[in-house]
Design a protein around this ligand. Structure first.
Ligand code: BG6
Length: 293
């Protein structure tokens, strides 16, 4: 199928009817649906579907930086580029062996990209839909350059929630976080689970490999498992910021929450020829399931 700019999209399906849709525009996962056909990733009703920018929603890939970090390309430039499909992907690794459906997308830096970032790299994104309906994103960054580089990375994951005031995150309590609303000042989380009653924009550092987002009203829980991604960004713009964003509905903050597996606090360093892998696995289960995180 084609995306909003007539660019190819890949649709993955599993035998039970779960699906995922990925655009070659940025390698952005735009949709992930469960067996009942319910959409699990948020897309704004005001999203702007116009190249070259990524639309607001789904899972934009943020590389080589998250935020602006002095670069004009907020959250990195690869999300605004056209990727290709690797028709001859390497074999699945043992952890992915049960993937029934997957696609490998590639982005190789070009001469033109050197103006954004003066290094050459290859970024491979494997998106898999497992028989159980889980969505797995595995990114591999390779330094194909003559000089070492450091980068940050994030899966900017927009989850659908039924009512943000009824949502809580488990797994981040007692951790340190950098608060983007206070010049990145460092605080320590004091409470139990994290709940929402105002704008939140935080980077939790050195987080466990599994965290849970509990949607009390819809009686379902997202489990986010990750490897190679020590940090977690939690973002909800709340009322005022929502009104200030042109591509976001005034009330939509109630129905979405960004929980981004990321490598931010310490840049990942790669020497020429070296590779890094960061994996995210999203699961959704009824709240009645007992979780063993
Ligand atoms: C979040 C960041 O994840 O993304 C926020 O932590 C930022 O600081 C938000 O405002 C949205 O960013 P953008 O560039 O997509 O508007």
């Amino acid at each position: 199928t084609k995306d909003w700019n007539g660019i190819d999209q890949v649709v993955l399906r599993n035998p039970k009817g779960a699906s995922a849709r990925i655009s070659l525009h940025g390698g952005q996962v735009c949709s992930w649906r469960n067996e009942q056909g319910e959409e699990l990733l948020f897309t704004s009703s005001k999203a702007i579907f116009k190249a070259p920018k990524a639309m607001r929603g789904g899972i934009p890939i943020c590389f080589p930086q998250f935020g602006s970090c002095g670069s004009p390309e907020q959250h990195g430039f690869v999300k605004n580029k056209i990727w290709t499909i690797d028709e001859n992907p390497p074999p699945l690794c043992s952890n992915d062996i049960d993937a029934c459906s997957f696609v490998d997308l590639l982005y190789r830096s070009s001469e033109e990209d050197l103006k954004f970032w003066p290094y050459s790299f290859e970024l491979r994104l494997r998106v898999s839909l497992l028989p159980c309906g889980d969505l797995v994103l595995r990114s591999r960054v390779r330094n194909v350059n003559g000089k070492p580089f450091g980068f940050s990375f994030a899966y900017h994951t927009h989850l659908v929630v039924s009512d943000i005031s009824e949502v809580r995150i488990e797994g981040l309590e007692t951790l340190d976080f950098l608060d983007n609303l206070c010049q990145k000042e460092r605080f320590t989380e004091q409470g139990d689970a994290i709940t929402f009653e105002s704008e939140v924009d935080r980077v939790y550092v050195s987080t466990p490999n599994a965290i849970a987002v509990l949607d009390h009203e819809r009686k379902r829980t997202y489990v986010i498992r990750k490897e190679g991604l020590p940090d977690v960004v939690v973002w909800n713009p709340w009322e005022k910021k929502s009104k200030a964003m042109v591509d976001f509905g005034d009330e939509e903050y109630k129905q979405m929450l960004c929980v981004n597996g990321a490598a931010l606090e310490s840049p990942i360093m790669l020497r020429p020829g070296e590779e890094w892998t960061g994996k995210l696995q999203l699961t959704v289960v009824p709240s009645s399931f007992s979780l063993d995180l």
